[in-house]
Design a protein around this ligand. Structure first.
Ligand code: ASP
Length: 334
């Protein structure tokens, strides 16, 4: 069954399995198409009449660059604001007026803000005005990062493609789970998979938030809350490592953490299952030793590149150009 159309993408709540499967299939198709000059030209001709605003007023490397390049792959032209001090917000213009102004010039707003809930606020505004444009949340404070969660799902599915996909897997999440928005969004998507078990490995002060745990309980998704890496490492099918989000510290909380308990190093990597996937949304701190990068289980660089292809798929879906890609015969360009 085809997934329903997508307009705003502000949180992971309404994302169902048919949309996930559709986006993953589309991502694979785009990735394969882009390998050939004919396929790349086909993609470039899909949305040349569309314009995107990249409003990123919180630091970003991967999300900004992958969305920017995803737009360019589809022929979408881009404008950007990367620092609120260069927008009329410094003259006192309200957030709502700024967003409405962007919407006067472009067909989609992709936004990252330090405050939680801003993408939802922008989407609510769009729903009240005569010419609404879609809002894509590219990271909103400490609450959500739904497009990262989608590329994480794609990376997990690819890692387990010969083993039945994500269903039935044991997925560890390690690091700063309280303040890390990627793991929060990813947990919400897990309700779409059967038999998944989650294992949280975090310093007590950075344990997964109660709101996410309540959601998991309500959805009947089993989780272990305060596991020690050394005790569980051999049981995991995937280990999603995150950095300590020190930018949110108010009294040096991160400096209290003993990284040895929350790191993958040459000393413990060998205890992971041979087919396990080590993931990280990046940027990394000391929690993954660079010498682990060559291990076949380390998929975080592939995960980073998957992000660009998944963001192409998201834009195709939002602009309802996905059918053209699904129908395109890959054999015609290979
Ligand atoms: N890049 C991810 C984010 O924007 C992860 C991180 O910063 O730790 O949330």
């Amino acid at each position: 069954m085809a997934a329903a159309p997508l307009f705003h993408l502000v949180d992971p709540y309404g994302i169902d399995r048919s949309l996930l499967d559709d986006l993953c299939a589309l991502t694979t198709k785009v990735r394969l198409l882009a390998k050939s000059p004919d396929g790349a030209r086909f993609l470039l001709g899909l949305l040349p009449d569309r314009r995107a605003m990249l409003y990123f007023v919180q630091p970003s490397t991967r999300t900004f660059l992958s969305f920017n390049n995803a737009c360019h792959i589809l022929g979408i032209r881009t404008s950007e604001i990367r620092d609120a001090s260069t927008s009329s917000e410094v003259k006192g213009e309200s957030f709502e007026d700024s967003i409405r102004t962007f919407s006067s010039y472009v067909d989609v707003i992709i936004m990252r803000t330090p405050e939680a809930g801003q993408a939802a606020r922008a989407a609510a505004l769009m729903n009240r005005i005569p010419r609404p444009v879609p809002i894509i949340n590219a990271g909103s404070g400490r609450d959500h990062h739904p497009t990262q969660a989608l590329l994480d799902i794609y990376t997990l599915e690819r890692s387990f493609e010969d083993r039945g996909g994500i269903d039935g897997k044991v997925i560890g999440m390690m690091g700063d789970l309280r303040r890390g928005r990627t793991v929060r969004s990813l947990c919400h998507l897990m309700q779409n998979y059967r038999g998944v078990r989650l294992v949280f490995i975090a310093p007590p002060q950075f344990a997964m938030g109660d709101d996410v745990k309540a959601h998991l309980r309500a959805q009947g998704i089993p989780f272990v809350d305060d596991a020690r890496l050394a005790d569980v490492i051999g049981d995991l099918d995937a280990l999603y490592v995150t950095r300590m989000q020190s930018e949110w510290d108010t009294a040096g909380e991160t400096s209290q953490v003993n990284y040895a308990d929350y790191s993958i190093t040459p000393d413990n990597i060998g205890r992971l299952k041979s087919g396990a996937a080590i993931m990280h949304p990046l940027p990394r701190g000391p929690e993954i030793h660079p010498s682990c990068d060559d291990d076949p289980r380390a998929v975080y660089w592939r995960q980073e590149r998957n992000g660009m292809w998944m963001r192409v798929a998201i834009l195709l879906k939002i602009f309802q150009a996905d059918r053209l890609v699904h129908e395109f015969d890959l054999d015609a360009v290979n």
